[in-house]
Design a protein around this ligand. Sequence first.
Ligand code: BGC
Length: 768
Amino acid sequence: MKQYLKLDEWSIIEEGFDPHTHEISESVFSIGNGFMGQRANFEEAYSGSSLQGSYMAGVYYPDKTRVGWWKNGYPEYFAKLLNSTNWIGIDIEFDGTPLDLAKCTVKDFVRELNMKEGFLSRRFTAVMEDGKELKVEAIRFVSIVRHEIGAIRYAVTPLNFNSEITITPYLDGDVKNKDSNYDEKFWLEVFKEAAHGSAAVTVKTKKLDFHVTSVMSYTILKNGEKLELQAELVEKEKYAGNRVSVPVSEGETVTTYKYVANVTSRNHGLGELVEAARAVLEPAAEASFEQLLKEQADAWGDKWKESDIVIEGDVAAQQAIRFNIFQLNQTYSGEDDRLNIGPKGFTGEKYGGSTYWDTEAYCLPFYLSTADASISRNLLIYRYKHLEKAKENARKLGFTKGALYPMVTMNGEECHNEWEITFEEIHRNGAIAYAIYNYVNYTGDFSYLGQYGLEVLVEISRFWEERVNYVAAKDQYMMLGVTGPNEYENNVNNNWYTNRIASWTMEYTLDVLEYLKENENARYEELTAKLALQEAETTKWQDIIGKMYYPLDEELGVFLQQDGFLDKELVPVRELDPVHLPLNQNWSWDRILRSVYIKQADVLQGLFFLGDQYDLATKKRNFDFYEPFTVHESSLSPCVHSILACELGYQEKAYEMYLRTARLDLDNYNNDTEDGCHTTSMAGTWMSVVHGFGGLRVKDGVLHLNPFIPGHWSSFSFKVMFRGSRLKVSVKGNETIIVNETETPALLNVSGKEFSIDGFGEITAAAK
Ligand code: BGC
C-alpha cells in the first residue's frame, strides 16, 4: 500500500509522475457516465505499462470458456466487457519525435479528478531526450448530459524551443482485452473514413454482432486563434485519424479540441450508426468545449444535490465518501434497464464487467436513497427480464422447476465457471428475492409485486423447494453442498445463511401471494394461472419453512455458519502472525478451506438483511463470535460489519471497519486497484455512513434514523430521498437536524421519537 494521492474535499489529486503507480491511477481517475467509461490512459502515446480501457456499457464478448477440467453444466463462455475503440488518442510529435512520458523527464505532473464538476485534468512539463522542454495541459470528460459524447481539450506549449508540432487526433479500434482467454482480438473492422477535420470508425465484435461507431471532429487553435490547416489523412486497420503540422515558437500554445461521439448498435440501427453519431456529434462540437463543460458541471451539481455526504473534521473521510459516490454515479444512471453494475464498473476488465449479487445485496440501497425510485426499479426489472434464462439455467443443472439466477451474467446466462461458485453459490437467488422486498419496503411501490415481483419470487421459491432435501429421520429439511457468501468454504452442508435466505424467500413469497389475493385479486388470479401455481406447492413451502434446519450452538448461542464449523481450530485473526495476511496471497487453497477464517460476512450477512427478525442480544453474540475470525478479504465485507457494529454500539469497531472500505482504492489497501476500482463495494461504504452511522432503516413505511457521530468527525450530513421527499440529515453535537428540501411531507422516527416534517420544513431531534 502506498498513499500517494493528496487529500482534498472535492478532488483526487496526484502530484508527480510515478510509472509504478500509473496503472493504479488509471483506475482511480477513471471517468464514466453510465453509458461509457474510460480509464485514465494518456491521450498521447505512452510506451510504459498501462491498461488501456475504453468501455461501452452493455457491449461484451462471450469469450470461450477456458478450464483444465470440463464439468457438465459449465457455461460455454465467460462474458467480458470489451475494451473498445480508443477515442481519446491524440499523438504529439516534435520534429518527428513522439511525446511519450515513458521516455521523458516529467516535471510538475498533476493529475486531478474533479468530482464536483465531473472532469479529469492533467498538466505537466516534459523534458524530451533532446532537451526540448514543453508544457501540456489536458482536460477531458464524458458527458452525463449527452451520453454518447466525450470531449478533450489538449494544450501544448514549447518552453525552450521553436519547432514543428505534429498533432494526430485519431480513433483506433484495433484494441485488445488484456483478459482475453485465447489472446485473440475481439473486433472486426466494418467501416473507417478519415476526412479533413473528422474521422469515423465502425467495428463489430466477432461474435454477437455488437457494432460500435466512433466519429470525431476537432479544431486546433494557436494562442486562441483558430487555424485552418491541411491535414494528412491517415487510415490503417480499424483506424482513422488526421495528421496536422503546425509551426510553433517558444511560449506559443497550440490547443486541440477533440469531440467524439461513441454510439452502439444497442441503441441505434446497424445501418444508421455513422449518421447517428454525426447527429449527436455536430451539435456538441458546435456548442463548444466550454459550454459542454459547463453543462457537465451543472448536471454534476444536480447529482450532488441528491447524493452528497458532507463530513466535517476529517478530509480523508470526506474525500473518500465523495469518491465512492462519484464512481457509483459514473457507473450506473438507471435509464436503461438492460444495464447493470459490474464489480469494477468501467474502471477495469476484472470480473468481466458482469452483474453479480453485489447489485442486489450492496448497490440497491444507494440508488434507492439517492435517486428516483424508477432507477432502482430498473435494477429489479433487469432481473425480471432474465427470468426465462434463470429457469433455463436451473433446468441445465437438472432441476425440474424454478429459477436459478446466475452468479455472473451479462444477458441472463451464467458465465462463470468455477464449480464451487457457479453450481454452489446459490445464495445469490436469495439476494434477488430480498431486493424485491427491500425495494417495496423502501419505496412503498406495491404495484411492483403484481407487475413483476411475484413471478420472480415464485420461481425462486420453486428452486429452493427442489434444492432442499427432507431428512425423514430428523423430520427436517437440509441443504447440502453449497458455498455461502464466505467463499473460503466450499461444498458445505447447511450454510446457515443460505438455509435462512431460502426459507425467508418462501415466507416472503407467501406474504406477497396473500397481499395480491387481497388487494389485486384479478391480477392474482391471472398470475397464479400464468405460473400454474399449485396449492401443493404453497403447502410444501409452508412445510419447509416450519421444518428448515438451522445449525446452531445452544451453549454459545450462535448460529453455525455450517455443520461442523466448531470442529475447526478456533484461533482468532489477531493471533495470526500478520505475515500470513492476506491469506489468499499466502496460503494454499487447501489450508484456507480447512481454516476457521472467514472471507466476508456470512451469518452476519443474514443478520444484516433480516435485522428486524433478530434481537440485539442475538446479533451481539453472533457478531462477537464471528468477527474475530473474519479476514475481510472481500471488499464487500467490512461494510456489513460496520453497520452491525453501529447497531451494537461498538463505535470504534464501526469506524475501523468503515475505514477499511472507504479508502480501499484511494489507498490501494488490497494491492489490486490497478485492475480497476471496487465499485460495488463503494455502495457498501455509502451504506456504512447512512445505514451505519446514520442508522437508517425503514419500518412499516416510516423512515427511522438513529445517528451517532464517529469520534473522529465533528459533524456529518447526508441526503436521502424517501417516498417523494428529499431530506438532508445533519448530525452535529447532540442534535440531528433534518431539512425537507421538497414539498412532500414525511413521517420520521429519529433516535426513537416520532416526527412529522412538512414540505420545506425542518426539525431538530436529540441524537444518541
Ligand atoms: C466476493 C463475492 C462477490 C465478487 C464480486 C468476490 O470476491 O466473494 O461475494 O460477488 O467478489 O464482487
